[in-house]
Design a protein around this ligand. Sequence first.
Ligand SMILES: Cc1ncc(COP(=O)(O)O)c(C=O)c1O
Length: 387
Amino acid sequence: MKPSTKAIRPVPEATRDTRSLTIPIYETTTFVFDSADEVRAYAEGTSDKFLYSRYGNPTVAAVEQKIAALEGTDEALLFSSGQAATTTALVALLEAGDEVVCSSAIYGGTLHLLEGVLAKFGVRSRFVTLEELSTPASLFSDATRLVWFESPNNPTLRCVEIGPLAVACRARGVLSAIDNTFATPINQQPILLGVDLVMHSATKYLNGHADITAGALAGSSALIERILATRKKLGTVLDPAAAYALGRGLKTLAVRMERHNANALAVAGWLAQDARAGTVYYPGLDTHPDHAIARRQMNGFGGMVCVDLGSYERAARFFDSLEVISRAASLGGVESLCSLPVLTSHWALSDEELAAAGVTPGMARLSVGLEDVDDLIADLDQALGKG
Ligand SMILES: Cc1ncc(COP(=O)(O)O)c(C=O)c1O
């Protein structure tokens, strides 16, 4: 099946026997057994019944099956946030003394988790540049167990060449994990390129309606079993009602991404030809440094666009003048949003850290939504006039 069909069909196995067309919400903490033998079968792992919703729940399992199908993996797991997904993966896969090699162009929450939490438990992190990630032969130390990266990244949409990095990790016996939030499985399928684990902030495009916080991990059954054991211990599972909302959002993922891709390409192209806008970052533009990589490994370039207006003052005036596009953090929903990275995702970073992340005070980041693109461009036009 093609992705847009997989997003809708088949009705996932976990809830198929209810004959409900949509995934029902099982709002229950626990499940009733008929006998001690039935409980024993569950405990021995020979039954597919559910015991307790922190361990597993049919609504959650059904949506997990959808995400696994979309990512082309054996299995997937859902979590109460993207951060909960990352935390659970790191705790499951690493031990004291292990080293994580992490892209320095990474979501701030991942960086703080590695530096502020995992470090307390003896897991060391080494942050590397995109150039270092593109020469994987010299990337590993004897302690490296995991390489964690993002592509495209925030906010400059720089891309990592996924295939060679994943192959090098595998050859070395090191796990590779990608945060695929910006791309979605519609635009990029890292598992097919050899990556071991895919992570999502499902809060963003997978749900698509900015009304739940959720996270997802997808990978082989062997890897997912290890992470599931840790999810049970940490209690980081998603709530069934939020899983239902995520499952409903997923049905339109493919069509939403088509429109996000088209709108963002039009917005980026329009900004790039306007002398009032400075550098425009969008992997679909042939001026983007990673356009060739993006063309090779992506089916569409996504809904995120970043523009550098030259100074914080200009960016702030532009931001304050927007009338259709909302001033808000987050991304990936139907509504277009604008944020200033130095005030949100890259707040409180030193000048050196900002330079390493390629972030300037004049940058405005757009999450281009599904509105009519003419209305979005008209809004950008009038705001640039005041910027
Ligand atoms: C790329 C990326 N990864 C991970 C996260 C964390 O996800 P959540 O906010 O769902 O915990 C975010 C949130 O903004 C993100 O943008």
